[in-house]
Design a protein around this ligand. Structure first.
Ligand code: S2G
Ligand code: ZN
Length: 468
């Protein structure tokens, strides 16, 4: 509970209407998309400037108050959960365009800008912000940077990290750091910007970002292919990636498709069923090569995959509308499962190791957890799988979550064997911190703790997230 004195000091910084104490506000701002923890912040602050953020951090440092930075709260690992009386610092008011430079093709925005608004702004300038995923309508760019968000275009454009040209952050000591300042080339010492990307609010509060934009993509086409089994997905990837400039290569299982069709009423991609589906996207106009030639090439590759026995059936979009409808079959999976409160694993291995990894993880789950319904989907072109386990009717939520902890440990051991990651894109937060050691060595953990001490000497920034 905050003392009257501290409340008055906080109001002096942000103004009375920007310090929230109502139960509904505490609940709304104290949780992300996870459901495992009860939100219990002591208050929510809505600063309107980087100077106000700095003043909040300094005051919190004086009184040893824990701070939880908060964006769109679309995270899936509990990184924005405030469950222990922390002060939530919500970045919603820092949502403006600060600067746009057509020559550098960069735009500087407040951390609270909604991702979709950034994408729209870029398109209006004839440019493109290529990081895209299902929750862009409510996620904020500051949170995307703090978790190094990935999404469905990573195979072509990489993760958020690739598009951050500069950051203005407030570290745990209350210093404002202006990092890289939009430079393309800068070898003047350690690139501290990259430490904040993916730091999940534990090293500093991201207040402003200079984002690199790129040219708009040409028209694209989408194919959805019914695939014989897990390993065949990788054969199909190899065949198409060798010949086409893929902008996406996703996959999902029949169970995932059934759930989306049932929940959203979307049309199936074609008659018949398949154990798995690959969704691939590629630009259909590239320089002098005509649309027709590229689409014909894609059909030739499709026929070759059918002859190989990897692909059972497929569809190639003939219009933008049809391409968008095919994408919905993949993008709506997460929301279609949401009400079932799935236990999520977001894992990755190098693409070259995926075929063997897939065989072992499928065997592990089938043998050890035959009563679990597993819904597979994800960005398999980047080596990233989303393994969602649905709770069997017979198990209580606690019994189910206890069993899922075992699954995560066993999958963690397998990932360690394959030098994979226990968190490909969703971050560690609270959900994955107990498994971090499967992907990071003791020496790395020590170095991360040293970096945490350097940037947050009073240990007030998002304590308990990532590691203790
Ligand atoms: C995806 C979205 C979040 C989830 O659909 O690629 O990253 O539910 C996910 O797994
Ligand atoms: Zn994903």
């Amino acid at each position: 509970m905050l003392s009257k004195i501290i409340i008055e000091q906080l109001i002096a910084i942000v103004g009375e209407s920007r310090l929230l104490l109502e139960a509904d506000d505490l609940k709304r701002f104290g949780i992300d998309r996870t459901t495992l923890w009860k939100p219990a912040p002591c208050a929510v602050l809505l600063p309107g400037s980087i100077a106000e953020v700095q003043a909040i951090v300094c005051l919190a440092g004086q009184h040893n108050l824990a701070l939880v930075p908060s964006g769109g709260r679309t995270g899936l690992s509990g990184g924005a959960v405030a469950k222990d009386g922390e002060l939530v610092v919500a970045m919603n008011r820092l949502d403006q365009i600060v600067d746009f430079n057509p020559i550098d093709r960069t735009v500087t925005v407040g951390a609270g800008m909604i991702t979709a608004d950034l994408q729209d702004f870029a398109e209006k300038q004839g440019l493109y912000y290529p990081v895209n995923f299902a929750s862009t309508g409510s996620s904020q760019i500051g949170g995307n940077i703090a978790t190094n968000a990935g999404g469905i275009k990573v195979i072509k454009y990489g993760m958020t990290r690739n598009w951050v040209a500069g950051l203005r952050v407030v570290n745990g000591a209350g210093d404002i750091l202006d990092l890289n300042k939009g430079l393309v080339k800068n070898n003047a010492g350690y690139d501290l910007r990259h430490l904040f990307i993916g730091s999940e609010g534990t090293l500093g509060i991201i207040c402003e970002a200079t984002i690199q934009l790129t040219r708009l993509p040409a028209e694209s086409a989408v194919m959805v292919l019914g695939v014989r089994d897990f390993p065949a997905i990788m054969d199909v990837l190899g065949c198409f990636a060798a010949d086409l400039d893929l902008t996406a290569f996703e996959f999902f299982s029949q169970q995932a498709l059934d759930r989306v069709v049932e929940h959203r009423g979307h049309a199936k991609p074609f008659e018949g069923v398949a154990p798995f589906y690959a969704l691939l996207e590629f630009e259909t106009a590239r320089g002098a090569i005509s649309d027709r030639a590229i689409s014909d090439r894609a059909m030739t590759l499709f026929e070759s995959c059918v002859r190989q026995g990897w692909v059972l059936d497929g569809v190639l979009s003939q219009s933008v509308a049809q391409a968008q409808n095919l994408w919905k079959l993949r993008e709506d999976i997460s929301e279609s499962l949401w009400h079932l409160k799935p236990y999520k694993n977001d894992i990755s291995v190098r693409v070259s190791r995926m075929p063997n990894f897939l065989c072992e993880v499928e065997l592990l789950v089938e043998q050890q957890y035959p009563d679990f319904e597993i819904v597979w989907y994800g960005h398999i072109g980047d080596g990233n799988l989303h393994l969602n386990i649905l709770k069997p009717e017979a198990l209580s939520v606690d019994q189910f979550n206890a069993k899922c902890v075992n699954v995560s440990s066993e999958i963690g051991q397998l990932l360690a064997k394959y030098e994979g990651s226990i968190s490909a894109e969703h971050g560690v937060g609270l959900l994955k911190k107990d498994y971090l050691h499967y992907s990071r060595s003791p020496q790395e953990m020590d170095m991360m703790r040293s970096i945490k001490r350097a940037f947050d000497p009073r240990h007030i920034l998002n304590p308990g997230k990532l590691f203790d």
